[in-house]
Every structure is written in structure tokens, then in C-alpha cells.
Design a protein around this ligand. Structure first.
Ligand code: C2E
Ligand code: CA
Ligand code: CA
Ligand code: CA
Length: 278
């Protein structure tokens, strides 16, 4: 065939095979990662916008310490976990581990902090979600409002009525709810008004070019106004520069998160940073 290599396969087919083999190997490794204790959570601090010295909590972000490939980031394995259903046991582990860490912080007097956990679409729709959340809270004797669940706007929009029912159950339990990557989906004002959410998280994509793109700045202003009108907390993520910080604080964002303040890091290192602020 045209473009075929020495062995009769085209380069395209060869690379497909390599890719498929890699994915298969990765899936095999991922199945064992949980039991082997290779997963870990890093924590990125969230700060009060009005007082950038004051930590108000952390977002738990998943990492995989792979025995041969080193530290893998979520974009290298979350999609695979989601496609194969492995995200359910992995997600339950994340919930439990984040609650364990938050209960330690709570016992150390950080009882006004919240730990935020990301939920994938599959996890959010999974019948076991409510029980998993209740279990994790009970197991670590953690008040429900110390746990924020972050659900992307796209996930919340997928099946609007079903999502509303799930969010209402979580809200009844007292869990804090955040709509992540806000501005990238297409939620209507009416839907947003019905959502029992506590927080809107402005997508990093808008924050990134804020200084150079007046459209992004305008969109952020609109999101902040919308959030305030609906009585939601507004968080901006991906804050990397002081001028972004100034702009977002000036608009009235409630909290900020980004490399300017701190990268995601293991809990011990996180606390070293927090103590250095005090
Ligand atoms: P996300 O929920 O939007 O998380 C924010 C991502 O932005 C994190 O990437 C974080 O490290 C990164 N980030 C934070 N501040 C900055 C900044 O100032 N600049 C830049 N360039 N990046 C910043 P990470 O840890 O690679 O996570 C990527 C995505 O993977 C997350 O996006 C989330 O969707 C997903 N994810 C992470 N942990 C979990 C988990 O436990 N479960 C599920 N289902 N998904 C997770
Ligand atoms: Ca998030
Ligand atoms: Ca986000
Ligand atoms: Ca994102």
C-alpha cells in the first residue's frame, strides 16, 4: 500500500499500535495502582481574596507515582480511568483520603478550612455517590461543610434534571458545592438559579489572558456579577500574576487560587508553607 513501511504497516498503523499498546499497559498498571499505594493527593491552597495571607482551604489534586514512568498528572490517566469505570474506586479513594486529611487539619484547629474534591462525570452520575460521600464523612467524623465537591459546569449540564436531584441530596447533607470550569459550558440563567450550589469557579482559560484580552476580562466581570446576584461565592483559579490578582480582587472575587500563591503539593509541604505565612 501507499506509504507502507518495510513490514507492510504504514507509519500511521504502527503508531496506532504503539499507542494502543501503551494505553493497554497503562490500564494494566492503573488497575494495580490503588492497591499498590501509588496514588497520592497533592493540595493546592485557596486564599481569601481580601487577605492573600489567609488560607481558607485546599483543592485535592490526584497524582500517580508510577513505578517506571515517575509522577503522572491527571490528564495522563483520568480519561482512561473514566472510560474503564476505574474512576469509581479511584474516586472513592480520593474522597476518603481528602476527608482523612481534612479531619487532621480540623483536629489541628483549622476547623474553618474546606477541602475540595473533583468529581468526574461518571462518578457524579454513579448510584453509589451519595453513600460514598456519607461514608467518607462519617469515617473521619468530618462535618459535611468542610467538604467541597467540585463538579464541572459541563457535567452539571449533561442531564440537568438528574444533576439537580443529585446536587439537592448533597446539599441536604450539608456538603459544599462548587461549579468548576465555569463559563465553558452553556448553563442558562434559569438553570443556574435552581442549582443548589455555593460557589462558582471561574475557568482558568479566562484568567490566563485577562490582561491582554478585553473579552476575557469582560466575561469575568459578567460571571462575578452573576455569581453575586445569585449569592454564590466566586473563586478564580489559575492566578499567576499580581495584576490578575488585583483585577480579580477589585471585581469582588471571594477567593483566589493559582501558582502565584502556591502550587499543588503534598500535605506536609503544604503545612510548612501555611506555617511560614503565620
Ligand atoms: P481542575 O479541577 O480545573 O484543576 C485545576 C488544575 O489547574 C490543576 O491541574 C492545577 O494544578 C492547575 N493549576 C492550578 N493553578 C494553576 C496556575 O496558576 N497555573 C496553571 N498553569 N495551572 C494551575 P492538575 O492537578 O493537573 O489537574 C488537572 C485536572 O484533572 C483537574 O482540573 C481536574 O479536572 C482533574 N483532576 C485532578 N484531580 C482529580 C481527582 O481526584 N478526580 C477527578 N475526577 N479529576 C481530577
Ligand atoms: Ca477543580
Ligand atoms: Ca477548574
Ligand atoms: Ca479545568
Amino acid at each position: 500500500a501507499k506509504g507502507a513501511g518495510k513490514n507492510g504497516y504504514s507509519f500511521f498503523e504502527q503508531s496506532m499500535n504503539t499507542n494502543a499498546r501503551n494505553q493497554l499497559q497503562l490500564l494494566h498498571d492503573l488497575r494495580q495502582a490503588l492497591d499498590a499505594g501509588e496514588l497520592e493527593l497533592h493540595y493546592q491552597p485557596k486564599f481569601a481574596a481580601a487577605d492573600a495571607q489567609r488560607v481558607i482551604g485546599a483543592e485535592a489534586l490526584l497524582r500517580w507515582q508510577h513505578p517506571r514512568r515517575g509522577l503522572l498528572m491527571p490528564d495522563q490517566f483520568i480519561a482512561l480511568a473514566e472510560k474503564t469505570g476505574l474512576i469509581i474506586p479511584i474516586g472513592n479513594w480520593v474522597l476518603n483520603e481528602a476527608c482523612r486529611q481534612m479531619s487532621r487539619w480540623y483536629a489541628e484547629g483549622r476547623d474553618d478550612w474546606r477541602v475540595a474534591v473533583n468529581l468526574s462525570a461518571l462518578q457524579f452520575c454513579h448510584a453509589g455517590l451519595i453513600d460514598s460521600v456519607r461514608h467518607a464523612l462519617e469515617r473521619h467524623a468530618l462535618p459535611a461543610n468542610c467538604l467541597t465537591l467540585e463538579i464541572t459546569e459541563t457535567t452539571a449540564m449533561q442531564d440537568a434534571d438528574a444533576s439537580l436531584a443529585i446536587l439537592r441530596k448533597l446539599a441536604e447533607m450539608g456538603v459544599d458545592l462548587s461549579i468548576d470550569d465555569f463559563g465553558t459550558g452553556y448553563s442558562s440563567l434559569l438553570y443556574l438559579k435552581r442549582l443548589p450550589a455555593n460557589e462558582l469557579k471561574i475557568d482558568r482559560g479566562f484568567v490566563r489572558d485577562l490582561e491582554h484580552d478585553s473579552d476575557d476580562a469582560a466575561i469575568i466581570s459578567a460571571i462575578v456579577a452573576l455569581g453575586q446576584a445569585l449569592d454564590l461565592r466566586i473563586v478564580a483559579e489559575g492566578v499567576e500574576t499580581e495584576s490578575q490578582q488585583a483585577f480579580l480582587t477589585g471585581l469582588g472575587c471571594d477567593s483566589l487560587q493559582g501558582f502565584l500563591f502556591g502550587k499543588p503539593m503534598p500535605a506536609e509541604q503544604f503545612m510548612v508553607g501555611v506555617e511560614a505565612l503565620a
